[in-house]
Write a protein that binds this ligand. Structure first.
Ligand SMILES: *Cc1c(COP(=O)(O)O)cnc(C)c1O
Length: 459
């Protein structure tokens, strides 16, 4: 074993035996939360974890067996939720009929309760709620079918407008160099990696326009997930024909789990009306985002989380969502389209196309890649996720972890987002000479894995 690895192991042992250090490097409990689940390992097995990592996982933390992790498994928040007792109870009520299971109708009603009455199916000849097995399959259905629809449209001007602000022009030109066949651009505060990949896979350009305060690392900014409205306006003014949709990711996962202010959401809505471009959410953490609006946008302080969720969704023409996040289930995704919004007007073919896609890839649209019991658990999840006490404790726990790290002088992205603490690896490694290609986050994962924690990096 190398001296460096041995150094880490000795250090972890030293910390483990020292209870004076804060935050306490503690011996973790021996179970995970889903009733009690005993682990197949203990914190002391540093060498064993090192051997598994090198010999079995090939340094790929995804391939590391979860039951050999004694500490927190923070690989992802996608589908790792612990279900509530109500959700477990609902599993027994699952209806596994092939067509229109009991849960499907109930889910449609729950969508109205959670997101607002405006999301009802107004036109009985076409569906407006599409369920998938997870978020990225919903993204694939949306963008691959949009690409087919747009392929039939004539492209007006294929050279980029010289009137775009210089930085924006540079940003898009660079993306066009990598993908010269692309024409359409989909702007967002920042696309999540699977969304970005699905957009690029459909030959569109995914464009991230985070607000300036986020870019400058302004820690006093409460809504670092906001989109840069000036850049978005400039893009719409000079390249309207290239923009089939505008996106906002709430909360902005890739950008540090940062929330988006309702004021910013409303301003994007106004732009979408001015330029007649449909506006969608990537809505994975809609409830968490509402919690931040309630706590940090004073005019909304007296509203309930449920009311603020309605306010958020009042602004958009549709959304796609990984229900493995704020749906509080382990599997599920959806696309939901507002019948009286811009999307069906501009793309009347899309709903039928998504239904065909579901049948081809997921299953009948009334179960869409989910079992009947998954759907039942999801309905409960959507009911419970707007519970204020639950969100207080969930987000508070993340914030306390961030605070402890900050107090120790470990550089994190502040303010802390709602579902993860993001270490700033550029600053973390500032005393070590390394370049971007050195994959700083990646190199940090191995010693942490040996310590008994699994983390992941986002670029
Ligand atoms: C998790 C996530 C997705 C992808 O969802 P999966 O269900 O993991 O496929 C897309 N967008 C955002 C913002 C996410 O957080």
């Amino acid at each position: 074993m190398s001296d460096i690895v041995q150094f880490f192991i000795d250090k972890f042992r030293e910390l483990l035996s020292n209870t004076d250090i804060l935050p306490s490097y503690y011996r973790p409990r021996t179970y995970r939360n889903s009733a009690v689940r005993f682990r197949d390992c203990s914190i002391d097995e540093f060498e064993e974890r090192r051997d598994i990592l090198i010999n079995d996982s090939g340094l790929n933390v995804f391939l590391f067996p979860a039951n050999k992790i004694p500490g927190c498994d923070l690989l992802s928040d996608s589908g790792t939720t612990t279900m509530t007792m109500q959700q477990w109870a609902e599993l027994f009520m699952g209806d596994e009929s092939y067509g229109t299971n009991e849960g499907f109708q109930e889910l449609k009603l729950q969508i109205l309760e959670t997101f607002g009455q405006a999301w009802c199916q107004k036109n009985k000849t076409r569906e407006n709620m599409f369920i998938f097995h997870q978020g990225r399959s919903a993204e694939f259905a949306l963008f691959s079918n949009l690409a087919k629809v747009l392929a039939k449209k004539e492209k007006k001007n294929t050279t980029l407008s010289s009137e775009l602000p210089e930085d924006l022009h540079g940003l898009i030109s660079k993306k066009l160099e990598d993908n010269p066949n692309a024409y359409y651009i989909i702007p967002n505060n920042a696309h999540f990696d699977t969304t970005e990949a699905n957009i690029a896979n459909s030959q569109f350009l995914p464009l991230n326009l985070p607000c300036k305060k986020h870019m400058t690392g302004d820690e006093s900014c409460k809504f670092r997930g906001n989109i840069n409205l000036d850049a978005l306006r400039a893009l719409l003014t000079h390249e309207r024909d290239r923009i089939p949709m505008i996106y906002l990711t709430i909360t902005n996962n890739t950008g540090g789990g940062q929330p988006v202010a309702l004021e910013n959401i409303k301003a994007v809505r106004a732009l979408s009306r001015e330029f007649n471009v449909p506006f969608f959410f990537d809505a994975c953490r809609f409830s968490e985002n509402a919690w931040y609006i309630k706590n940090n946008e004073p005019v909304f302080a007296d509203k309930s989380i449920q009311e603020i969720v309605h306010d958020e969704f009042e602004q958009v023409d549709g959304f796609h969502i990984s229900l493995k996040k704020d749906g509080l289930v382990n599997m599920g995704g959806a696309i939901i389209i507002r019948e009286d919004g811009l999307f069906p007007q501009i793309f009347p073919q899309m709903q039928g196309a998504i239904t065909d896609h579901q049948i081809l890839i997921e299953g009948h649209p009334t179960y869409g890649g989910l079992t009947g019991r998954d759907i039942k658990a999801l309905i409960q999840g959507l009911k419970q996720v707007v519970n204020q006490n639950y969100l207080d404790s969930r987000i508070g726990q993340v914030q306390r972890s961030g605070q402890k790290l900050s107090d120790l002088g470990i550089p994190i992205i502040n303010p802390v987002g709602g579902h993860a603490v993001y270490l700033n690896m550029d600053i973390f490694h500032v005393v070590v000479e390394c370049k971007d290609e050195d994959y700083k986050g990646l190199s940090f994962r191995a010693p942490l894995m040996i310590a008994g924690l699994r983390i992941y990096e986002l670029r």
